[in-house]
Design a protein around this ligand. Structure first.
Ligand code: KG4
Ligand code: ZN
Length: 410
């Protein structure tokens, strides 16, 4: 059985193909193979603005979807070059489905004339949460293919994708066994910051989330204030490594918003404002000019700021995650989303888990699981894996819609 997966919730166009052997959803053996996991990034387009513009991201998805789809099918050896005559009735329906995606329609008609139906059994597609205009590109692409080729659709929650990609190792063997449940998943990206209690695959409860900006968004906005590029997370993380070792000088101290509140919620917009005011006070203006970080004084200042920004974000994420672990007796922490690619974050979470084990003894084993960087950021493989587990939830293309506020466990 093969699952084609489509992910367009933010600024990455991800198309993957997963081959699944029978029985793999029993949860004992994850015997599947990722045949292709192609991603078209829009970083270059959004770089000059320091953030993702939904209308522009939608346009890019429309341009990138078909080429990425072709690449993925080719890699999975499923590209079927056989000229087809298109049934005019179907083409008419097809045009209605892609009415609001004219650029995609323009690219897909020639594809359908040139290639015939690939041997896939399901189409899994992210239908939320995410940026509404972007989600619709993937959703309508899936609807169009489903209508044209008669392939059932599995709607997938993007956050579930970030969580489930952690359940398997590179040989697709289940690595979070029942004895390591429940787990607390921290999903941190440019669009989301959520703490989710995972009792088992399919059983989720959102314990807390950000009330304003996401953690990745805070990295991105902070980088913009410091005159650095986009996306901010990897740049800040790299520059922080260049800062002087040892404790951060107190005059670089930034607030840790909501760190000690009794809930599992976050707030990062105050941190961004504090960074803005601090830079204005220290340097005299903000955002900084890109050349500032190249001067001798600028290099030291920006590196120290990056260290402190990164640490402020890690501190609150870690504190709230450990609180959830304690309150719910979790045996595993899962990290997911773009920010989980941050090596300092992973290091400090690992140290915290080791400390927890030392304090609690044998009974208190706490495992840390995170994806390899290519599976941390948005990709199609995570949607295919989540789709595999949701095969019973297939719906007709007529009934599928995008929901930017889709929530796990509801
Ligand atoms: O999951 P993702 O690819 O897309 C969204 O769903 O948003 O995450 C992108 C976010 C960006 O905000 C980016 O700055 C952040 O993840 N990010 C990082 C790192 N790599 C990506 N943040 C901190 N450290 C990193 N190494
Ligand atoms: Zn994501």
């Amino acid at each position: 059985m093969k699952i084609l997966a489509i992910e367009t919730s933010c600024d990455d166009t991800g198309i993957a193909v997963l081959s699944v052997q029978d029985g793999s959803t029993s949860g004992k053996e994850g015997n599947f193979v990722v045949l292709a996991n192609e991603i078209a990034s829009q970083i270059k387009v959004h770089q000059k603005y320091g953030g993702v513009f939904p209308a522009m991201a939608k346009r890019e998805h429309q341009k990138n979807t078909v080429p990425t789809f072709v690449k993925a099918l080719k890699k999975a050896k499923l590209l079927n070059p056989r000229p087809c005559t298109l049934d005019p009735k179907k083409v008419k329906t097809f045009k209605t489905i892609l009415e609001r995606e004219p650029e995609l329609l323009k690219r897909i008609i020639p594809f359908l004339k040139k290639y015939s139906r690939p041997a896939v059994d399901y189409i899994a597609v992210t239908n939320g949460p995410g940026l509404e205009p972007c989600l619709w590109v993937g959703v309508n692409f899936a609807r169009a293919l489903s209508c044209f080729w008669d392939i059932p659709i599995i709607p997938v929650n993007h956050i579930e994708g970030h969580i489930l990609v952690n359940f398997f190792n590179e040989n697709s063997k289940l690595k979070i066994l029942n004895s390591k449940l429940p787990t607390i998943a921290l999903v941190v990206s440019g669009g989301h910051t959520q703490i989710v209690l995972v009792n088992k695959i399919g059983d989720y409860k959102i314990l807390g989330e950000t009330r304003d900006d996401a953690a990745g968004e805070c990295f991105d906005k902070a980088a913009k204030i410091l005159g650095l590029g986009y996306p901010g997370g990897p740049i800040i993380s790299k520059l922080a490594q260049k800062a002087s070792r040892g404790p951060t000088p107190t005059d670089f101290k930034l607030p840790r918003p909501m760190m000690y509140t009794k809930d599992y919620d976050f707030s990062f917009s105050g941190l961004k404002t504090a960074i803005l005011y601090k830079v204005k006070k220290d340097i005299g203006y903000a955002p900084l000019k890109p050349n500032f970080a190249k001067t001798k004084k600028g290099k030291i200042y920006v590196a120290e700021m990056c260290t402190e920004i990164q640490q402020a974000i890690i501190d609150v994420l870690l504190k709230k995650t450990l609180k959830a672990v304690k309150d719910y007796g979790a045996k595993t922490i899962i990290l997911g989303g773009g920010v989980s690619a941050n090596s300092e974050l992973k290091k400090q979470f690992q140290q915290a888990c080791d400390r927890h084990c030392e304090e609690q003894g044998q009974s208190g084993n706490l495992n840390l699981v995170f994806p390899e960087p290519v599976l941390s950021t948005d990709n199609g493989a995570m949607i295919a894996i989540a789709g595999c587990y949701n095969r019973k939830k297939i719906i007709d293309w007529q009934n599928l819609s995008a929901d930017s506020n889709l929530r796990l466990g509801e």
